[in-house]
Design a protein around this ligand. Structure first.
Ligand code: PRP
Ligand code: ZN
Length: 310
C-alpha cells in the first residue's frame, strides 16, 4: 500500500477530524508547531511519531516528508498543509502536467526563508547565464529548473538527484547544482558558491482543492485560519498611547503607521490636550516616535499586542 493510501485509510477511520500535513523534521517543523500552539492548538504525540492528535480541537497533524506534502493535500488526503514554496511549486508543476489538481495556496507564513539557487565549485565560478549551455546541473527541483532554463533559452542537462545534491560536482556527476540555500553553510562546507538565485521561498499554508465533508471540521478550519491571521497580525501590531495637543491631532494621527481611527480621550486639567490610543498594524520604529514628538506628542507609550481577532 502506498504511503498516501495508508494515510487515506487512517482518514476514513476518522472522517470528523481535520488533517494537517507538516514537515516531520527539518527547516519548518519547529516554527510550524510553535505557530499552531499560538493558535491555541494542544496535542499529544502518537506513539509512531507519525501523527499528533489534537486534544482541544478535532485537528490532527500528519508528520511527513516535506516533498510529500503537496500531493497529500492535492489529493485531499490532508485538508491543509504547511510547506516551502519551492517544494510546492515543484510538485504542483508536476501534478498540473499529469492533469491532476494542485494544492491551493492560502497564506504565506513568513518563516522558513530560503532561496533556490545555482551554485558552482568555488574554483570554477560562472560569469553569466550563457555559461550554462552544455553544462550538467544536479537538482531535486527538475521542474523549476527546466522552466528557468527554457525561459532564458539555455541548453543545459538536468541531472536528477533525490538528496545530497551538493555532492554531485565532487562525484563528477554534474558541473553545477541547483539547490536550496538558507544559511549557506552546506554550500560552504562543500566548496560551492552561489552564482544565481532562481526563486525566493518561504513557508506557505496550503489547502486541498475540495472542502471537508464534515461541517464541524469546516468550521474549525475557518476558526484556525482566523486565529492564524490574528497571530500573524499581532507580530506586527503595537498599541500606542500618547498625549497630543488638540491643535496637532490631525498631523499626529497621520503619522501613526497602519492605524485605524484612534480613540481620543479627554485629559483632566488639560483642556488643550487629549489622550490618543491606537492600534498600529505595522511596526512602530524609533523614527516614528521621534516624528510624533516633533509634532507635539508627549508621554508616548508603545505596547505589544498579545491577541487580536480581525
Ligand atoms: C536544503 C538543501 C541543503 C540545505 C541548505 O535541504 O538541500 O542541504 O537545505 O541549507 P543551508 O544553506 O542552511 O546549509 P533541506 O533542508 O530542504 O532538506 P531536504 O531537501 O532533505 O528536505
Ligand atoms: Zn525535502
Amino acid at each position: 500500500m502506498s504511503y498516501a493510501n495508508s494515510i487515506a485509510t487512517r482518514r476514513s477511520a476518522a472522517p470528523d477530524r481535520v488533517r494537517i500535513a507538516i514537515q516531520k523534521s527539518g527547516r519548518l517543523t519547529d516554527n510550524t508547531l510553535a505557530l499552531l500552539a499560538r493558535c491555541g492548538y494542544r496535542y499529544s504525540r502518537g506513539r509512531d511519531d507519525l501523527v499528533c492528535f489534537g486534544e482541544n480541537m478535532p485537528v490532527d497533524l500528519l508528520l511527513v516528508r516535506d516533498d510529500d506534502i503537496p500531493e497529500l493535500v492535492a489529493e485531499s488526503v490532508c485538508d491543509l498543509g504547511v510547506v516551502g514554496q519551492n517544494v510546492l511549486q515543484e510538485k504542483n508543476h508536476r501534478l498540473a502536467r499529469d492533469g491532476k489538481p494542485s494544492a491551493l495556496e492560502l497564506r504565506s507564513l513568513r518563516y522558513g526563508h530560503c532561496r533556490l539557487s545555482l551554485a558552482a565549485p568555488r574554483d570554477e565560478p560562472l560569469d553569466c547565464a550563457n555559461d550554462l549551455n552544455g553544462k550538467r546541473i544536479a537538482t531535486s527541483y527538475p521542474e523549476i529548473l527546466r522552466q528557468y532554463l527554457t525561459d532564458i533559452g539555455a541548453d543545459a542537462k538536468i541531472v536528477e538527484f533525490s538528496g545530497a545534491v551538493e555532492l554531485a560536482p565532487r562525484l563528477g556527476r554534474a558541473d553545477l547544482i541547483c539547490d536550496l540555500v538558507s544559511s549557506g553553510g552546506t554550500l560552504l562546507a562543500n566548496g560551492l558558491v552561489e552564482v544565481l538565485c532562481l526563486m525566493k521561498s518561504e513557508a506557505w499554508l496550503v489547502r486541498a482543492p475540495t472542502n471537508h465533508a464534515d461541517p464541524t471540521c469546516r468550521d474549525w478550519m475557518t476558526r484556525l485560519l482566523q486565529r492564524l491571521d490574528g497571530v500573524m497580525q499581532v507580530d506586527e501590531s503595537k498599541y500606542i498611547m500618547l498625549h497630543a495637543p488638540r491643535a496637532a491631532l490631525e498631523e499626529i494621527t497621520a503619522l501613526l503607521p497602519g492605524s485605524e481611527t484612534p480613540t481620543i480621550l479627554p485629559l483632566s486639567h488639560a483642556e488643550d490636550k487629549v489622550a490618543l490610543h491606537a492600534v498600529c498594524r505595522e511596526n512602530v520604529f524609533w523614527e516614528t516616535l521621534e516624528n510624533l514628538k516633533k509634532a507635539g506628542a508627549s508621554s508616548i507609550l508603545v505596547l505589544p499586542v498579545e491577541k487580536m481577532l480581525p
